[in-house]
Design a protein around this ligand. Structure first.
Ligand SMILES: Nc1nc2c(ncn2[C@@H]2O[C@H](COP(=O)(O)OP(=O)(O)OP(=O)(O)O)[C@@H](O)[C@H]2O)c(=O)[nH]1
Ligand SMILES: [Mg+2]
Length: 659
């Protein structure tokens, strides 16, 4: 299956999932199974599946064919070249292609001058006014490709400006761009480009990142610090005619080689194999040449042969546009698309489905608990009513008194429950504080100061390492604290269960390992900026400033995510308590009502017992339906969904009304 097809299938799955989730929510609402925690879980699941983005980054030295490959894989349908691809440096700024339904098809460009200000790219994204916007006509490929030429725009600035923008460095002059005869320096006009078009794949959440040749001085730190490390897949491109050059290798080592998040989502493309096609060689000789280049590249990069894929982006594009099947085969483009589909999308789907499965499991437990509670209450009531059989009026009156007394006792136990809640609140406050953004800021002050101190930064690496150790300790402390909350709730719930016959169960506290791993990854991916080779860049104030910003933005995401999970966990514990209290109150009301009706001879005991029997059957139906609906969320085979609701019987209706 090609990347495109696999992505399509993923989109279909997500749509189907969303609609099934909606039905489940509706059904739960109708049967009064929603509580705060369940609702939050439903929302999260929905958002998780809806907002799931897959970012594929194309990374290489300039002119290896990144943009051409993007054209060939994704945009051949337009019948022409869409992303500018030409000899020499072409793409001058990182270019993100994606789809956001909230805005019209457009190209947005962030001026390079924003680099003079301290905000990180992530922050500029939230300031639409700073971006120049050009509307795109997606039905007009010519207009589209002409508009996209902008990402190749440059401007000429004085030496001082180039220095301030980070494109000139006095300490290693050999890397600086050449000044023109007028003494001006060529720099990119834009810092970042966002393309918003409703391409079928982009609509489904694919984000493509095209990058400018990475070895240029003045590369956007955020690109290498957060965009590339966060991409779900990276396609690294070499040219078949040159093989792995020195500068290819340094890009690979610096940005991609170190493994990072699952190196199996890293593909190496040996592009431009058509340059080896030559009329004087036999096909076998050509193939032997390609094989040799491939083997050498794999060896130098330390990858299995299967992860290096020879293609011709240009011939692939031509073949697709002209409908030339033989040329398409010869370009090997379909093989690359398959590898992307299986590697990237297959992996991504697996991860998403696993995450979703865990959420659904929780949802099912939560709702199942409410059903259990109802069931127990009914069983008790049944016993109570059976006991009344053949008893006289005074016994029935006595029973009524007893229920009322129990009800009063239950009402007065509110203080105990209140005490549990307030202890819980205090403990939770400590964890929230520990994982909060202000705490993170404090933890980062020392590192920030170290990075911002002028001149060569001694001991920087040490401070860096210590900061990360402290952050990790923070998470570990959070784990200890949540463990304490868990055992406090465990014993409180056990007492409450014993006293009131509840079935409260403390959900498992979130495991912080995941976030500790995220920290490790962030630490590793930024470490390169502290290396000796970067000492010079670090002396530039604005480089350090941007590094600090990029770093703290990523850390914030980690801490916010940990905090969110802790909060959900607590919500789910207290929602359980709420739900059981509520069910219990209703149970008293129902029992009293039943006795009252019997007292007034409004219904016979047998009738009432039959009603409860019916309710029992109905509850069984609800349980079965819950199991079915949640199982269907995980079942990927297409199923006709809107089918058999359990038959609604009169007793069931009564239950729903009294609820
Ligand atoms: N012969 C041949 N030329 C190719 C192939 N792929 C790309 N090219 C050419 O190589 C040149 C550079 O391609 P681009 O796609 O602009 O390269 P890039 O990696 O995006 O380069 P920058 O944007 O400068 O970083 C263009 O002239 C392409 O037409 C290919 O498979 N075969
Ligand atoms: Mg390019």
């Amino acid at each position: 299956m090609s990347f495109n097809e696999q992505f399509d299938q993923h989109g279909t799955w997500r749509r189907e999932f969303a609609s099934r989730l909606k039905s489940l929510a509706q059904w739960m609402k109708e049967h009064d199974l929603l509580n705060a925690a369940v609702e939050e879980r439903l929302q999260r699941l929905e958002a998780q599946v809806r907002a799931d983005k897959v970012m594929v980054a194309f990374v290489a030295e300039f002119s290896r064919g990144k943009s051409e490959l993007i054209n060939a894989i994704f945009f051949a349908g337009y019948g022409r070249r869409i992303m500018p691809a030409s000899a020499g440096r072409t793409t001058m700024c990182p270019t993100e292609l994606g789809y956001d339904a909230a805005i019209p098809p457009c190209l947005r460009l962030l001026p390079i001058e924003t680099r003079l200000q301290p905000q990180a790219l992530m922050e500029w994204r939230l300031v639409p006014g700073k971006w120049q916007q050009i509307d795109l006509d997606v039905n007009d490929p010519l207009q589209l490709s002409e508009a996209l030429q902008k990402v190749a725009e440059v401007q000429h600035v004085s030496l001082d400006e180039a220095r301030a923008l980070g494109f000139w460095n006095d300490d290693n002059p050999e890397d600086n761009p050449l000044a023109g005869p007028d003494g001006l320096i060529e720099v990119p006009k834009w810092r970042h480009a966002l393309i918003n078009i409703a391409h079928p794949l982009l609509r489904q959440g694919l984000v493509i990142l095209d990058t400018p040749g990475l070895n240029a001085i003045g590369a956007e730190p955020e690109l290498t610090v957060s965009l590339i490390p966060q991409a779900h897949a990276v396609v690294f491109i070499l040219a078949a005619d040159t093989g792995v050059t020195k500068s290819d290798l340094s890009i690979w080592r610096e940005h991609l080689g170190s493994g990072g998040e699952g190196s199996d989502t890293r593909l190496v493309v040996l592009n431009k194999i058509d340059t080896l096609w030559d009329a004087l060689s036999t096909p076998e000789e050509i193939q032997a040449q390609i094989d040799r280049q491939r083997a050498t590249s794999a060896e130098i990069l330390g990858l299995p042969l299967s992860q290096v894929i020879p293609v011709s982006a240009q011939k692939g594009l031509v073949a697709k546009v002209t409908g030339d099947a033989a040329l398409l085969q010869a370009s090997h483009l379909p093989a690359l698309e398959r590898a992307l589909g299986q590697g990237v999308m297959g992996q991504r789907q697996k991860i998403l489905r696993m995450a979703v499965a865990a959420g659904i499991g929780e949802l099912k437990n939560e709702a199942g608990r409410a059903l259990n509670m109802r069931r127990r209450d009914q069983a008790e009531q049944m016993l109570e009513l059976r006991g009344l059989k053949g008893k006289n009026v005074s016994v029935i009156k006595h029973m009524r008194n007893r229920i009322e007394q129990e009800q009063a006792e239950f009402a007065s136990s509110g203080a105990k429950i209140h005490a549990v809640r307030s202890v819980h609140g205090v403990l939770l406050g400590d964890v929230v504080n520990l994982l909060s953004v202000p705490t993170l800021k404090v933890e980062l002050t020392e590192l920030t100061a170290a990075l911002q101190q002028p001149g060569i930064k001694l001991r920087l690496k040490k401070t860096y390492g210590q900061t990360f150790s402290r952050l990790r300790e923070g998470l570990q402390k959070g784990q200890v604290l949540t463990g304490e909350i868990q055992s406090m709730l465990d014993s409180a719930f056990r007492q409450i269960n014993a006293e009131f016959g509840f079935s409260l169960q403390v959900p498992e506290a979130p495991d912080m390992t995941r976030w500790v791993q995220d920290l490790d990854l962030i630490e590793r991916s930024h470490l390169q900026y502290l290396s000796l080779g970067n000492v010079i860049r670090l002396t530039q104030a604005e480089f350090s400033e941007r590094l600090v910003r990029a770093l703290s933005n990523r850390l914030r995401v980690v801490f916010e995510s940990a905090l969110g999970e802790v909060e959900l966990w607590n919500k789910s514990a207290s929602a359980q308590l709420d739900a059981q209290l509520r069910e219990r109150r209703r149970n008293f009301a129902r029992r009293l009502e039943a006795v009252e009706r019997i007292q007034q001879a409004a219904s016979s005991l047998d009738e009432r017992i039959a009603e409860i029997d019916d309710q029992e059957i109905r509850l069984k139906g609800l349980e079965a339906k819950l199991a079915e609906l949640t199982a269907r969320l995980l079942d990927l085979r297409p199923l006709s969904f809107a089918s058999q609701e359990p038959a609604v019987n009169p007793a069931g209706a009564a239950l729903a009304e009294s609820a």
